[in-house]
Design a protein around this ligand. Sequence first.
Ligand code: C2E
Ligand code: MG
Ligand code: MG
Length: 750
Amino acid sequence: MPTTTKNRGSNKAERRAGPRKKSSSTIVGKEFNYVLHLDADDTLLLNRYRDVLAQGAAGFAETTYNYLFDNPDIADVMYAYERQGGNIGELVRGQLQHQLNLLNGDISEKATLRSEQVGRSHFQWGVKPVWSLGSYRLCFQHLKHLVVSDPQIAPEDRAPLEAALIKMVFRDLAITSEAYWRAAVDQLKEQRDELGLEQNLAGELLSHIPQMLWTVDIESNKISYASHGTRAFCGDRLEAPIPCFYRISGSERQRVLTAWQQVIDGEPVQLEIQVNTESDREGWYRLAFYPTANRRGRVLRVHCLMEDVTDSHTDRARLEQLSTQDEVTGLANRTLWYDRLGSALAVARRNPGASVAVMILDINQFKMYNDSLGNQAGDELLRQVGTRLQKVLRDTDTLSRLGGDEFGIVLPMVQDAEKAAARVARQVMDTLSAPFSYKGRDLCISSTIGISVYPQHGEDAHTLASHADSAMYRAKWNSAPYLFYEIESDASATEHLQLSGQLHGALEREEFELFYQPKIDLLSGKICGAEALLRWRHPQQGLVLPKRFIPVAEQLGMISPITDWVLDTALEQSKHWPANGQPMSISINVSARSFQSPGLVRRIEKALRKAGVEGCCLEVEITEDTLMADLEEGARILNSLNALGVSIAIDDFGTGYSSLSYLKRLPIDTIKIDQSFLEGMASNPKDVAIVRSIIELGHNLDCKVIAEGVEGETVRRQLQDLGCDLVQGFHISKPLPDAGFREWLSLSTH
Ligand code: C2E
Ligand code: MG
Ligand code: MG
């Protein structure tokens, strides 16, 4: 074992062990002597036979050497020692000398110090105490052989000599091990002191900088660190994830919300926002979010920075005012739009009864096209959208591109603003519903519009714009094409923000569950399949329905792993259902983002293989809009699924935009009539006519037709008379959890 401290100042191990001056107090040898009953008699006896016992030291040296190099772990340490300039021969000799010294029976403090030094140098070189134990065992074996067999030792001395040797070996082993442990403690203490020093420095630094800094732990949605500046600005009631959210102007909250969603998706984000300061002055702040993710890309923490940039913002705003045109579309830009909105409001104020409608429009699939086809395609799409929008507006209306894929519309001096805005919204949806073309390719888009009206929803331009913005986000989450501003929407924005934080990790925490709803064949009355419907068992809110969290998951880019989980779970659970004589197919819902995500077909194929289930037992439900967003790609996916034997159903049929000529060419097996058409069937002949024509259309396309949301016997009978093939709804069964559904099945099949 290394006993030398050669090259001490220059090697890494020394640095690890820390400088000697900081070591704990010296080991007191007397205590060891006391507990081991080592005394002068032992020393005398050992001295008497020292030379006898020292015989054969050379042979023992060889044994020790072999022991050290036969053990790869120790050998590695030895070679490392050699690489750093140490001499192994000298080292082993030193170790032997140390063990021979035990034969002197020296139990003085000086000898204790020597052993202690050996223990410390073992720590420096990484020689574990367990290896020393082996070396002492060899040493003792060698000596014991001499004690019992050497004729020079008087028979009555053999037992006390062996006892004295045992005590010496124990003593040395204990002292070296304790010294090893103390060296380790010293090193830890030193590291802790260094860390404390660094922490103090960092704390000092942070308390002096004017920027606000805080860190949010995503899993618990709590603030784990807040700088002095943050507390001074936001007070001590720091609410996660953005402590002064209440101070952020209404108009800005949605933007912060979107930025937050981006950051928990793993992207660093920066934005400038308006914040009300203590003195009730509105200031501009730069807000920056930096995510820290684990190796699998899941964001664990977000570091946030906020700083006052009011001065530079004012300068920039002045410069921006000089230009009023959007470069991409040639439309008015944000500045001009606000300017026009301000003028329209000024006129309306002078005309009692007059109102102004403010509309903010966002293109739903823009990011997807921009990402997949490139910026050029994105710009071209924006130009074409601008041209079409302009055609549905009057000359006095102002259309502008506010940035990204957002357009703003001002309808000035309208008498019944709500009616006018709703009419324009419908015209906009209509004009955008026909496919756009880019390099011979058909691109389909839809839009979401938020509307606010002067004077009901606000008095000034910024409030109205921010309220239209928040209505637009609410419409997105509710999958509505357009919505008017409602006061409660601000509360729902905060809820959405919280939900998005909690949704992260819900899959890993196993908070999702599947419920199943049966599908019945109207002719035979038999159960022929079930639809898997996702639920989120929220730790505080209980069972959350998909309408509330699927749009959030889509926006956060989390939908694909969720779809994979639904697929695996539905296939696995459905295998254990009681058979009713005929194979039951299981349907899963695939939303737009999942459908468009690469590798869907491959993942379905893998899931089927993993579950050992045939493709014909699986049905994928997609909506018309999902399919029509990119017809070519959609057709490719459907054909691949068809090749796997997987059936395809068009969900919520009749509520979206369909190209009938395309439906004819696609391998669609089932059409699901949306529930909204069934509601009026009992009383409204028009609804009956619509349902009849959907059934006829479905049959002409060679598809089965299923009506979903059947709540009563009258409607079920009407559907049967109209020739509908299948029904699904509360009338048959509500969606049930796996165990409940299994029980329902076994009761229904008997
Ligand atoms: P959907 O695919 O059209 O599913 C039918 C919805 O109607 C279900 O709502 C179901 O509980 C409800 N329903 C069934 N029968 C009746 C009835 O007789 N009366 C009434 N009033 N409602 C009935 P749920 O479970 O809340 O799901 C809503 C939507 O969420 C689904 O509409 C589907 O679009 C989506 N969704 C559900 N599970 C998943 C999933 O795993 N992945 C994705 N991407 N979307 C899902
Ligand atoms: Mg469905
Ligand atoms: Mg549906």
